[in-house]
Design a protein. Structure first.
Lengths: 111, 114
């Protein structure tokens, strides 16, 4: 079963703008991860944030985690057309290492 | 990063036949591999966890007799869809985990059952 929801389901922005995607989950977690998927392809790991971390940066990506609200956000700054993809959050709940994925956000960056 | 391959990348089969999908970790030993299914424009749904040398653990609602998983070595797990039907048509993705937090995903296999 899916762990949670992401919003928005779809996001269309102009190149150069920032894109923010949100993820909510239901149970306690060990960590939360963000992945990108280009159409019909496999997943690319973007960033992992542990339950005791609140914010993490990687290049143009910024991830926040609020365990009290059971939510996370992914910010992509200065977006590019190549950022067009679906973005998924995934939570790892326990030592089983299982990943439970959110519903995903389809991002379109218009050139 | 580590590389995970899947074979085949796509397969078309007739209803009632069985299809085997391979997942290989190319440059690391994967103690655990996972199999996911993804329907068009939907998220990934975890099907089962595959541990080398032991029986796979299936998620609720996944038929273990229909989706046979074998993790024969630390670099190979196979998923066999038995007696496939059109409703089994989907994108099947595996991931592999070594001794670190990150899971590495294969490129996926698109199965079409006619």
């Amino acid at each position: 079963s899916q762990q949670g929801e992401e919003d928005p389901q779809a996001l269309s922005i102009q190149e150069g703008e920032n894109a923010t995607m949100n993820c909510s989950y239901k149970t306690s977690i060990n960590n939360l991860q963000w992945y990108r998927q280009n159409s019909g392809r496999g997943l690319v790991h973007l960033i992992l944030i542990r339950s005791n971390e609140r914010e993490k940066h990687s290049g143009r990506l910024r991830v926040t985690l609020d365990t009290s609200k059971k939510s996370s956000s992914l910010l992509i700054t200065a977006s590019r057309a190549a950022d067009t993809a679906s973005y998924f959050c995934a939570t790892e709940r326990d030592s089983s290492y299982k990943l439970i994925f959110g519903s995903g956000t389809r991002l379109l960056v218009r050139p | 990063g580590a590389v995970v391959s899947q074979h085949p990348s796509w397969v078309i089969c007739k209803s009632g036949t069985s299809v085997k999908i391979e997942c290989r970790s190319l440059d690391f030993q994967a103690t655990t591999m996972f199999w996911y299914r993804q329907f068009p424009k939907q998220s990934l749904m975890l099907m089962a966890t595959s541990n080398e040398g032991s029986k796979a653990t299936y998620e609720q609602g996944v038929e273990k007799d229909k989706f046979l998983i074998n993790h024969a070595s630390l670099t190979l797990s196979t998923l066999t869809v038995t007696s496939a039907h059109p409703e089994d048509s989907s994108f099947y993705i595996c991931s592999a985990r070594g001794g670190h937090d990150e899971q590495f995903f294969g490129p996926g296999t698109r199965l079409t059952v006619l």
